[in-house]
Write a protein of this length. Structure first.
Length: 264
């Protein structure tokens, strides 16, 4: 069997969708997950009859890759990234590339980049924005690391990135932690926008006494002009949704609470 162009570890929804995106652009992908049952479920389900091979160990994953090997990590930020790097190292030759596509703290990425460079391993910290749909259909990608490391993965990243006016939303950001730093700033701006939207909603609902239909119309109008954006669009969309069981606006059923998963 031909060797895979790239390997990916971590088959949560983002990881799965990135793999399917890569395969749809003509790349062969080998996958691994700590819970190997997920590998089998993916290969026999969404990845069936595609150029995606499942592996049941780090060693098997490394053996499935063409050299120089390229492995992308889509695992939870923090200790899990370091743990998988340690597991990968015995199976990688100098010149291999590890890519962290999670929301790692940029100072951790700087540390990992330096530590791996001392061992002859290239390392890219990559911000990936666009959520599950972006991972599948086209994301905004922010890679930081050695320029030669980016060159190794550029053909893949520029094809799986969302295309705007014929240009991919992907470019080399800079050295070591630059990609994850930009993703952190990106997330901060996004959360500021979300806070603005929630405050506008609060004023409309509790000060102006507007109902969901009226608020939907306002947000929809805003989305046709200078405020056009994904966040304004999905706010308008959700305000138009009705809960099937109660007949109430869906926003009345959802709790006013949000969990933090560390992306800030």
């Amino acid at each position: 069997m031909a060797k895979a162009d790239i390997g990916l570890i971590g088959l949560a929804v983002m990881g799965e969708n990135l793999v399917l995106n890569m395969e749809s652009k003509g790349f062969t992908v080998a996958v691994f997950n700590r819970t190997v049952e997920k590998v089998d479920k993916f290969v026999q389900g969404r990845a069936k009859d595609k150029n995606i091979s499942g592996t049941h160990s780090i060693e098997e994953l490394a053996d499935a890759l063409e050299r120089p090997r390229k492995v992308m990590l889509m695992v939870k930020a923090g200790p899990p990234v370091d743990a998988f790097i340690e597991k990968l190292l015995p199976h990688l030759d100098p010149g291999a590339l590890i890519i962290d596509g999670g929301n790692s703290f940029f100072k951790d990425t700087i540390r990992r980049n330096k530590g791996l460079a001392d061992k002859g391993i290239l390392y890219i910290g990559t911000g990936v924005s666009g959520g599950e749909e972006g991972a599948l259909k086209g994301a905004s990608i922010m890679p930081g690391g050695q320029p030669e490391a980016y060159k190794m993965v550029e053909p893949i990243f520029t094809k799986i990135a969302v295309q705007v006016d014929g240009d991919p939303c992907c470019t080399y950001i800079g050295a070591d932690g630059a990609g994850h730093y930009v993703k952190m700033v990106h997330n901060g701006i996004e959360y500021g926008d979300m806070q603005l939207i929630s405050e506008a909603y609060y004023i409309m609902k509790y000060v102006l006494g507007m109902d969901e239909t009226e608020m939907h119309q306002v947000f929809n109008t805003w989305n046709q002009g200078d405020l056009n954006s994904y966040l304004i669009q999905i706010t308008a969309d959700i305000l138009a949704k009705t809960d099937h069981e109660t007949g109430k606006p869906l926003t009345e059923i959802i709790l006013d609470k949000a969990k933090q998963k560390g992306t800030g």
